[in-house]
Each structure stands twice: as structure tokens, then as C-alpha cells.
Design a binder for this molecule. Sequence first.
Ligand code: FAD
Length: 518
Amino acid sequence: MTKHITIPKNFMTIFIVTFFMSNALAKTLLPPNDIADRFHNDSETIKIASSDFGHIVQEIPAAVFYPNSVDDIASLVKYAYNNSVPINVAARGQAHSTWGQSLARDGVVVNMTSLGNRLNGSGIIVSSDSSLGSYADVGGEQLWIDVLNTTLQYGLSPVSWVDYLYLTVGGTLSNAGISGQSFRFGPQISNVYELDVITGKGEFVTCSPKENSELYYAVLGGLGQFGIITRARIALEPAPKRVKWLRLFYSDFSAFTKDQENLISKNERRDNKALNYLEGMLLLNQGPQDLSFYPVSAYARINSLVTQYGIIYCLEAAKYYYDDRESRVEKLLDLLKGNLGFLPDFMFEKDVTYMEFLNRVRSSELFLRSKGQWEVPHPWLNLFVPESRILDFNSGVLKNIILKQKIPAGIVLIYPMNRNKWDDKMSVVIPDEDVFYVVSMLHSSGFNKWEAYDNQNKEILQFCDDAGIQVKPYLGHYATQEDWINHFGSKWESFRARKALFDPKMILSPGQRIFNNN
Ligand code: FAD
């Protein structure tokens, strides 16, 4: 059980945690009285906060901070900022990062979940007004699954999602938050009206495109570098009831991408004929497939198709509907299917509730947990690939590296997005083409086997570099600041200037290793 440090009531108002920097210089934490008892440093708490979903990077913090309120977080950051030697502070959502991004060596990790527990259900408030319509004010620590459950009670829902809903709002907004809805509604960061942020100086600031806009644009996709998000105002729309969910198989990559790109070209938010979701994935001839989506009667022919071609490309699409619109949606999908070039006998369809669709990854998580395969290393590689080079990426990476090397690739997602749904003023970096692809290589490995995947990841990046394919990593990590400067390209100067403005002592989210890469 987690052991908490007890502070004697009449203790001299000083709580002391001694910790060491890498240069072996002993330092002392002397936090103000009002937040002293929020720091925990028992071995179990420290152990949990030293690692993340990736199970690859380990960074040991000096303490973990359990805030009771937003004011507590502001006091912590103020204290860390004003300390004679500034103290690093990392907000930890669910630590679903894979390369140590939510860790803080020798610093303080803020357990955001603690805030949510204290709020006791009041962390998500649904409202509406004449200018914005419906929206939800959501704590940065809240999980997307809870946002969904709460907003559905009002018949409302956010429009842009992530595939897995047990991620925090602050965590995904610090990256972008992408899924099959992004082609039409933009990433999650494109659906935020307003934020409350605690900057690296400990100041509480409300920001939006109109008010303190520099901070608003910095924080969205800002990798936790400019402030801790404590509230986001998220756009809501009427929630659909059900979903027609399709998977269509292709053996020909050009036909697959041509159809994906045609489908995402219909992308107006208000266009009832546009799809609501489009993704894609690979079925690789590398051992057992996850066929749980398909009827058992189709397993044998799917397996033999995958054996025949080595790679099968699966286009995944969804159209939402209300109960009384089913026939209209079916007609629309029939029309769409008629124009697509998939293998005619390989079209699979499901009709599920909206919740079942959005929460579809949960059952896989529970299955993997039950087999002890969730808490394992995840040497993931997520890339944005320019559309003009996606055919080269297929032949050079998917076929020549991933398929040939025969280390089971796990889940590989591949689907296109529209650049005009992203706001260039935000910190996130994407390729400079109207359409670009996300390719997510979501590997799981044994504890002593992740290096094989990491080597493969490096080979993929090297191939892209040699071939002049200008990919941009998403959720990425780099060895040096030089690499980050290259990553940000023309955005680096403004990223750096914003850092100097909002976190001048460079204490926030050190696990991203952008400004403190040593
Ligand atoms: P953490 O990992 O805890 O934090 C991420 C970074 O943000 C850290 O640098 C942290 O310091 C900072 N941070 C955390 N909270 C705040 C805050 N309130 N304010 C400011 N900074 C903060 N991503 C997608 O875009 N789409 C997907 O479909 C998707 N699916 C995923 C599925 C799984 C199973 C997993 C494990 C991850 C997936 N991700 C996806 C990646 C996910 O978006 C990132 O892991 C992200 O970091 C969110 O995780 P988290 O909430 O646990 O944040």
C-alpha cells in the first residue's frame, strides 16, 4: 500500500525531502507550509512515478505532489520557480507516454489524478451560450472516457477523439489528440475554446484565441513546456446514437490510399454526407492476427489472404447515425462502397452503439491486462508522413523493413489527415503538405526485447532521412536538442521564445528533453 508522509501538526512548517542532482550536489526541498503535506516520497510512490507506459525510460523524482486543488499546483510551481535552485516539475496524467515524457529526474511529479479524485465528479461541467453553443469545462486531469460519459447524459459529445479513452485531457492536448475523426474535425487541439493554465512562473492564466492568445497557441500541442493545463473548454455537438462500422481489405496499396484520400476529401464539419471517422491498419503475415472484429466463419479466408499477399491493407470507416436515420445511412454507405476498389469478398460491417465504437480499445486493454501483456515495454514509433511520399514509405518501410524483419509488428495504423484542419499557430509540427498520413507502429515487446524494435525504429528513420522523406515524429523523443531544433524547423524560434516567456527557468515537463537534454 502507498505510504504517505505524515507531517506533525506543530512541525516547524518545514517539510524536508533531501535529494541529489546528477552532479551529486545535495539540495533540499523546503516547500511552503500550506502545501508541505502534499509531497510524498515513499518508495512505492517514487517507483510508480519513475516509469511510464513505455517501460523503457526510468527517471527517479525527488517527490510526488498530490494536489488537492488548482491553487496547490500554482503554489508548487511558484515555489519550484522561486527556489534558489529551480526545481523541475512534470504533470503526470496517466503516464501513457512511451519515452519518459511525463517523468522528472530529481524533480517533482504532479499526480494529476489526485486533483480529479478531490473534485469528486465536479471536474466536468456542461454548459452552453449563444456564441459558442454547447461546451464542457473539463479539468486537465480528467479522462476522455469520463468526458464522454458525462456529456452523453446531456445528449452531447465532443467531436474529435483519441482511439483510447483512458488518457487525460491535459495529456492529449499537450500532444494533439488524433484519431479517425481528425480528417474532418481536426485534432482535439482544434476543438478547444479556452484554457486555464499555470505557467512555469506559477501564474494562473485563462487563455483563448482572443485572450492571452500567445499562451493558448503555445500550450496546444506544446508538450507540457509552457504550463500545466487545469481546465479546457471543449466544443460539444449533439451525440449520435449508433455507428455503422466498416472494414474493407485491399491488397494494392495505391488503391487503398487513393480510396482513403477520396473519402477524406469530403470533410466539411456540417456535411451530413461526409464520413465521421476514417483510419486504416495493416494485417501482416507475421503470426496470429487479432481477428476479433470479424465473423469466425471468415477467419480461414482472411488468414489465407494475408499469407498470399504478406500485407493486407484494411480501410476502416465509420458513419454515425440517429435511430431514425438508419436506412438513409445505409443508402449513403452503399453508394460509397460502390465507388471503392477493395477486394469484393472482403468487406465486413458492424452496427454498434456510439459508446461501443468510441470505447473499442478498452476490451483489448482488458484482454492484454488479463494475460499480463499490458505492463510491458512499448517501443512505439508514430510518424506523420507527407502524402507525396506515402508510396515510397510503403515499399521502403512497410514492405522492406517491417515485413522483412519478421519481428511481429503488433498494431500498425495508417491513415490520412487534412492539414487545413490544424492551426499552424499551435506548437505541434506537421508535414508541409495539404494531406499527410499518420503511421503508428504500436509495438509491444518482452522486457529484454525492446531494443530490437528500437533498432528497427532507428532504421526506419534512417531510411526516411536517406530517401528524403520528410517525416515528423508524433509523441516523439530525441537524443539531442539539435534534433529538436530540426524537428520544429521554422517553428523553433517561436517555440524557444515562448519557452522564455512562459517557463523562463525551464522547469516544466523535463521528460520531453527539449531544453534540458543531458
Ligand atoms: P502523460 O503521458 O501523463 O503526459 C504527457 C505529457 O504531457 C508529459 O510531458 C506531461 O508532463 C504533460 N502533461 C500531462 N498532463 C498535463 C497537463 N494537464 N498540462 C500540461 N501538460 C501535461 N494519442 C493520440 O493522439 N491518439 C490516440 O489514439 C492515442 N492512443 C493511445 C492509446 C494508448 C493505449 C496509449 C498508451 C496512448 C495513446 N496515445 C494516443 C498517446 C497519448 O496521447 C499520449 O500518451 C499522451 O501523453 C496522453 O497520455 P496521458 O494523459 O497519460 O499523459
